[in-house]
Design a binder for this molecule. Structure first.
Ligand code: PSU
Ligand code: MN
Length: 335
């Protein structure tokens, strides 16, 4: 008779068994792989509002020190509204929900940070690496910490030509499988917004624009040429929508799209046009790969500088106003 290990099935099952035993011991050893900051757990225990925040913007969206000051500024805004910020990130293999000042500093200066989406979680954790969580990575951690609301800038979407490349952000599938309300300024117009909305429908994501307008916003612009299936007039209606998602036990999320405020719309338009020009110029000049982002940044900065002081201030705040190309890439061009 053949020993079980000599058959293919035997070898596979022995391997799986070893993995399971090892994973079990690792789990017991590393209860601390998932860390919730005391300020966050206290707020949650007292039923106080908590807002989750992502960190890819810190690690891959802006250069230091703009990334740090922006992260601190956003946390301060959350606090000024009486809520507790919970910035999510992975530090040396541990998933953190809520970061201390030291941890924010660490993440904003850590050059080896990875961009952590759902698929990256097992790797960064097992290797003890650090990274900024994308919308999908942040949703996973927020859900595990029982935080239902998460605020970000722009979410990922279906890329242009995505019907061929299949470059569809994991943010969209995450919204389809995790009951979190993601509040964002919509989807950047460099993406295929029409297909993004179609895909969100397929995934069962409830999309609503906040305010009076039905338009689905495009980050820099209050309109994208597409409409949201729904609108919520105010915070109370938004809360009712989230309540509906949670009490019915839906396993899918909500996307609340908040358009750029009226007073910034003109500036946003200016930046968007500059981006469009820069992207066209880059492809015309045959600029490729890692040179694309610095080229676009430089050109957007030049194009907007003279035209509007407000635009350059906004760009500076986004970390894109510097003439020396920042590295890692800023959040303006395609990620
Ligand atoms: N879109 C933006 N700015 C960003 C991102 C997207 O306008 O910074 C970041 C977010 O963290 C988002 C991620 O979750 O990129 C999506 O990346 P990908 O397309 O590779 O899924
Ligand atoms: Mn992608």
């Amino acid at each position: 008779t053949r020993r079980p290990e000599s058959t293919m099935f035997g070898r596979v099952s022995a391997f799986v068994q070893r993995c399971a035993v090892s994973a079990f011991h690792r789990c017991r050893m590393h209860d601390s792989l998932f860390q919730v900051h005391p300020s966050v757990s206290e707020a949650l225990a007292e039923n106080k509002p908590v807002v989750a925040l992502e960190s890819t913007i810190i690690t891959h969206g802006m250069p230091y020190p703009h990334n740090l000051s922006t992260a601190q500024e956003v946390e301060a805004i959350v606090r000024s509204h009486g809520a507790t910020p919970a910035t999510v990130g992975v530090l040396q293999g541990r998933v953190h929900v809520g970061l201390s000042q030291e941890q924010l500093h660490f993440l904003s200066r850590s050059p080896a940070s990875l961009k952590v989406s759902r698929r990256d979680v097992p790797y960064v954790v097992s290797k003890g690496l650090s990274g900024g969580t994308t919308v999908s990575g942040t949703m996973i951690a927020a859900h595990r910490a029982h935080i239902p609301v998460f605020v970000t800038g722009g979410i990922g979407g279906v890329h242009r030509d995505g019907e061929n490349s299949m470059d569809v952000s994991a943010d969209l599938t995450e919204l389809g499988r995790t009951p979190i309300a993601v509040v964002s300024a919509g989807v950047k117009s460099i993406l295929d917004i029409g297909r993004t909305l179609e895909f969100l429908e397929t995934q069962g994501v409830c999309v609503a624009t906040f305010g009076k307008r039905r338009d689905f916003p495009a980050f820099f612009s209050p309109e994208s040429g597409f409409t949201s299936p729904y609108t919520v007039a105010d915070a109370e209606q938004a809360a009712e929508l989230i309540d509906g998602m949670l009490t019915l036990g839906l396993q899918s999320g909500v996307l609340l799209a908040v358009p750029i405020p009226e007073e910034h719309a003109a500036t946003g338009q200016l930046i968007q046009e500059a981006i469009r020009t820069a992207v066209a110029q880059a492809s015309e000049k045959g600029i490729r790969g890692r040179d694309v982002t610095p080229f676009i940044l430089q050109m957007v900065s030049e194009l907007t500088q003279g035209k509007s002081l407000q635009a350059s201030i906004l760009l500076k705040r986004l970390g894109c106003g510097s003439v020396t190309p920042p590295k890692p890439p800023c959040l303006l061009p395609p990620s």
